[in-house]
Design a protein around this ligand. Structure first.
Ligand SMILES: Cc1cc2nc3c(=O)[nH]c(=O)nc-3n(C[C@H](O)[C@H](O)[C@H](O)COP(=O)(O)OP(=O)(O)OC[C@H]3O[C@@H](n4cnc5c(N)ncnc54)[C@H](O)[C@@H]3O)c2cc1C
Length: 305
């Protein structure tokens, strides 16, 4: 780990699209799978908890921060390349730290179709695999054919078909929930060539639909809750009379533009304010509809209780 610095007491609010949360006790941005492995060995030796952060666009980080080592997979692991396959399709290889939107735009530039939806998702490629990110009928699982990851012991490669992708879940999310430390290092995707004008038009159409319906100019982590089977979270929240609702003047508010988003106006709310509002919304929706919303946003660090 000679060249890899581990920083201390690093504020995390700037690494979360919610723009709130406290510091990481230790923080590092590795460049290779071997560095990831060294960081985990170091954490084990020092008895430190580890959290793997991507672009922080689906996380609410506690005001106390994270009392351990945050390993951020970002620009240092953002390689991107492509090669034509024998059958005329194209394999695109992306590092886990590459913005998923950059991957989508690269595919569009190469006239590859199927990844247009990715252009509007503000996470990393690793986060997109972990969450099986998706929008407008597309999901990461549609084109991912191989994922490389560090499994706590060694670097492994698995086929997309073995990734157990589901609605906002994957093999990696399941392993994480079971307490395993797995770090996605990159993926391979196979896409077919399409009509460049149609691809460009679709990217633009999806961008306009997002801008028209989502509060993209205010800090948030996208959809707060998962879509419950047979319902839409945003509609249930609206029906509970909570669109635009705020508990107080902290800055945390159910977006007046899209009830599925909780926003942090001016970036002035604390994570605890956002969490309190999330809990309140879930409780009121349950009272009103009998549907229990499940959080999509992931909590990092200590929120009490
Ligand atoms: C304005 C806005 C719009 C959004 N729209 C959408 C949308 O349309 N569709 C959608 O699916 N999501 C959407 N999101 C949510 C978010 O962008 C996705 O969930 C994204 O995939 C998260 O990626 P990330 O890199 O930011 O992950 P993070 O928020 O950093 O992390 C999320 C989880 O993934 C894990 N993780 C991240 N990287 C790795 C890695 N390399 N190895 C192992 N674990 C990792 C983390 O530990 C954490 O548990 C939106 C968010 C915002 C702010």
């Amino acid at each position: 780990m000679a060249d890899l610095s581990i920083l201390e007491n690093v504020p995390l609010a700037g690494y979360s699209t919610f723009r709130c949360g406290g510091p990481a006790r230790y923080f590092a941005e590795p460049s290779t799978g071997d560095e990831v492995a060294s960081l985990f060995r170091h954490a084990e030796d020092e008895g430190l908890d580890v959290f793997v952060l991507g672009n922080g666009s689906n996380c609410l980080i506690s005001d106390d921060g994270f009392d351990g080592l945050v390993i951020r997979i970002a620009r240092n692991m953002s390689e991107l390349s492509s090669a034509e396959t024998d059958d005329g399709r194209v394999t695109v290889t992306a590092g886990a730290g590459l913005p998923f939107a950059r991957f989508g735009n690269y595919c569009a530039e190469l006239s590859l179709t199927g990844a247009e939806f990715a252009c509007g998702i503000p996470g990393s490629c690793g986060g997109a695999v972990f969450m099986n990110a998706g929008a407008y009928g597309g999901e990461a699982k549609d084109f991912i054919t191989k994922v490389s990851y560090w499994d706590g012991d060694k670097i492994c490669h698995i086929d997309g078909s073995e990734c157990n992708f589901g609605y906002r879940t994957s093999h990696f999310e399941e392993r994480n929930a079971a307490g395993d430390k797995v770090v996605i290092l990159g993926f391979e995707a196979i896409l077919s060539k399409g009509n460049k004008d149609e691809i460009t038009a679709l990217v633009e159409d999806l961008r306009c639909r997002r801008t028209a319906s989502q509060p993209l100019d205010v800090p948030s982590a996208g959809s707060t809750f998962k879509r419950p089977e047979g319902f839409f979270a945003a509609r249930l929240i609206e029906e509970a009379g909570l669109k635009g609702f705020a508990l107080d003047d902290s800055g945390a508010q159910v977006s007046p533009k899209h009830a599925g988003f909780i926003v942090n106006n001016g970036g002035r709310a604390k994570a605890s304010d956002v969490k309190r509002l999330m809990d309140y919304v879930a409780e009121k929706v349950f009272e009103n509809s009998g549907v229990m919303l499940e959080r999509e946003v992931r909590l990092v660090g200590n929120f009490g209780g």
